[in-house]
Write a protein that binds this ligand. Structure first.
Ligand SMILES: [Zn+2]
Length: 411
């Protein structure tokens, strides 16, 4: 199957301004990116898609996703922990909701249920259910006796051997990225963000075991010490890091080619905007959100200026921050962190593709054809991506999830 998408401006993911042209897709990959009118006219294809002057761009990538955090724009749950059957249904639905909103790849930041994400990732890959490419994770691990999700004996024992057992369990289950909660969380327990939940020995053991098993590590880290532990363990992605000091910034910069950083503004902004009913107290969550956002306003530009790869993805799935609003993170990058719209888009596409470790996130020959056709120019205003009515086509691996008008080629 050969498609040509023409009459478009192409945003290729690198951050360069969109350029007029056409894209040829063959089977699941991008076969050619053309800018010459004669070359475009000469292409023979099974389907011609007239982009009507819209922008063709890579599908978006969310770097901090919790599919088992139930709430989406389609269904709000007023409880956080769902019964197992409902949890699975919510995760499968949320994968489809994210694809409907232009997200073609997700990096999981942990799950509330065991085995859900590896099974979902397999089902998506097999075409059994619609959803983005998924780097699956398992229960977010915090050690015994510490604040965090109850993870049972296999998971939350103390000491290096418990860490190795956890990694082995995850590898056998088909998980690709572990989630380790190194810092406490002010939003849940005020004053705990400076707490360190793991020892050096534990983190090093987890790092070694994960490396041997070919797994990646994602970390919840706020304080300089937590960041140091994450880096020592070889974490691939660090979340939050809001309390990083100069030494922690230097340490992140020293490893900039090996790590990614996702501050996660979405949940902070949504917490500040939320007006909960009287029986829900969000006071500490709002205070924590305001403090983090304020710190990140200076932290994120510093890290960006020094070449650290910074990605959107903001803990969507709370009732006040439902899945499907993920593209708001791009706007937050512009508003709070000083990104240009094109830089925010590049972070959500090209840099996200590097995090996924797959040929995604760029409009480039040989890359997987994960593509969006957008009515308008998101490099002028990233907010247009927040309305699915503006996303005319969603293609995942060369297959249409959402079709624009497709005309068969005249014989
Ligand atoms: Zn998270």
């Amino acid at each position: 199957m050969r498609h040509i998408i023409r009459n478009i401006a192409i945003f290729d993911g690198t951050g360069s301004a969109p350029v007029a042209g056409a894209v040829v897709v063959e089977d699941d990959r991008i076969a050619a990116v053309l800018h010459d009118a004669a070359a475009i006219a000469a292409v023979e294809a099974d389907h011609v898609i007239d982009g009507q002057g819209g922008t063709l761009m890579p599908g978006m990538i969310d770097s901090h996703t919790h599919l088992t955090w139930g709430s989406s724009v389609e269904k709000i749950y007023h409880q956080f922990i769902l019964p197992p059957e409902e949890l699975k249904i919510a995760a499968w639905r949320n994968a489809r909701v994210l694809l409907d909103h232009g997200y073609t790849s997700l990096y999981s930041a942990g799950a509330l249920g065991d085995q859900i994400e590896p099974e979902l990732a397999r089902a998506i890959e097999a075409g059994e259910t619609p959803g983005p490419r998924l780097i699956p994770s398992t229960l977010e691990r915090s050690p015994e006796g510490e604040e965090g999700v109850e993870t049972g004996d296999v998971f939350n024992g103390r000491g290096p051997d418990a860490m190795r057992a956890f990694v082995a369990y995850c590898a056998a289950e088909g998980v690709k990225s572990l989630k380790l909660v190194i810092s406490g969380e002010d939003a849940l327990k005020p004053g705990s963000s400076g707490d360190i939940l793991y020892t050096d020995e534990e983190m090093l053991a987890a790092g070694e075991a994960a490396k041997e098993a070919g797994l990646w590590i994602a970390t919840h880290a706020y304080s300089p010490r937590a960041i140091e532990l994450a880096l020592e363990a070889g974490a691939r992605i660090l979340y939050h890091c809001s309390f990083a000091d100069d030494a922690a910034i230097d340490a992140m910069v020293a490893k900039k080619d090996a790590i990614f950083y996702a501050p996660g503004p979405g949940v902070s902004v949504a917490a500040l905007e939320a007006s909960p009913p009287p029986y829900i107290n969000m006071t500490s969550m709002k205070a924590s959100a305001a403090e983090r956002l304020e710190r990140e306003k200076t932290l994120v530009p510093k890290l960006k200026a020094r070449g650290v790869r910074i990605l959107p993805g903001g803990d969507y799935g709370f009732p006040f921050n439902p899945h499907g609003r993920n593209a708001r993170d791009l706007e937050h990058f512009v508003t709070y962190y000083g990104f240009t719209p094109a830089e925010a888009l590049s972070a959500a596409t090209m840099l996200g593709g590097q995090l996924m470790g797959q040929q995604v996130g760029q409009v480039k020959p040989g890359y997987l054809a994960d593509l969006l056709l957008v009515d308008g120019d998101p490099t002028q205003d990233v907010r247009i991506l927040q309305d699915t009515n503006n996303i005319k086509m969603i293609m995942l691996g060369g297959r249409m999830h959402k079709s624009p008008a497709v005309q068969p080629v005249a014989a």
